[in-house]
Design a protein around this ligand. Sequence first.
Ligand code: FPP
Ligand code: MG
Length: 366
Amino acid sequence: MNKANWPLTTAGASSSTKSARRTPSSSSPFTLAERLFSTGDDRRAAKAVEDGIVLLEERLVAETVFHDGMAEVSARYLLDAGGKRVRPLLAFLTAQLGEGVTDDVVTAATSIELIHLASLYHDDVMDEAEQRRGVPTAHTVWSNSIAILTGDLLFARASKLLSILGERAIRLQADTFERLCLGQLHETVGPRDTEDPIVHYLQVLADKTGSLIAASAQLGILVSRAPHEYEQPVFDFGEKIGIAFQLVDDVIDLAPASDATGKTAGTDIRAGVVTLPLLYLRRDAATDPRAADLLRRLDPATIAVTPAAEVDALIAELRAHPVTAETVAESRRFAADAVAALDPLPEGTVKKTLVRFAATMVERSN
Ligand code: FPP
Ligand code: MG
């Protein structure tokens, strides 16, 4: 099996996506970086990225020291629970097009990871999530107020770090923060009557997930003083691969409970969370009575009073429905667009590894 196609897990860490069901139950003996670099020539870049991750972990701990016991315990809580460090890894990789993993690049990556962490504390309050990275969410351990304030503290630290890096980095962070909030807001409010729900959904994914991944890739270029003309290509790559990643999540949600993921099939469907297969089904239901019937049976209120075995069969029906294959195809289209955005980059380790990164994101099974 191609290493790039192995399930995406990082030794000793757990998933940072959709609550408990995203926690991998199996782990590859290879770290993400090891799976991205294979040839001898690539190993130099791999070593730089691996070393960067070690420095990042040290900086993350240093930047979550507070002269307040409560603040420090809650700020370290999710950090200690693990995470794949996908965003820093991307920044370290694109920095190979410039001066490499310099101290400034580690600072930028630390800031990005702190913003990501901050957003998770807030998101779990909004989603009333019970688990994250295999541990109870901060607001269930303490309270909503503590979780929200912890997110704010982490965001303050992230801002302080980026201020070292100059105006463009600060501006990029502000633009990204705005998009994170707007993505979350638009998800909460839902599409307007005049808006296509599928277009709306894809824009939400671009804003709430794609924007920070895009910013990570761009910061790697900006802060390592790589050629300016590479900023837009890697930004576009990051945004599109972020959308592809989320669409794969929508499909993984439908995977049977008995497979390697070890989670309940259809967690999102049961909770009434909008996913692309469901949106496609709603679209089809207008003209296809069988799609309308399946949609009616998938209603969370109906599911709540349906026997467990029947719910599993229902999720299997959605999994086998063409709307799921259409979602897979859409995720692959976004991954292909991400790769196409890299055209202006020079041939070499960075471009090749980003292409493998894209494959890893969409071929993962948990
Ligand atoms: C997870 O989505 C949420 C995000 C990717 C972004 C959340 C953004 C905010 C809360 C606004 C920004 C706030 C700060 C402090 C930077 P999800 O619920 O679909 O994924 P999940 O399964 O991982 O929870
Ligand atoms: Mg959430």
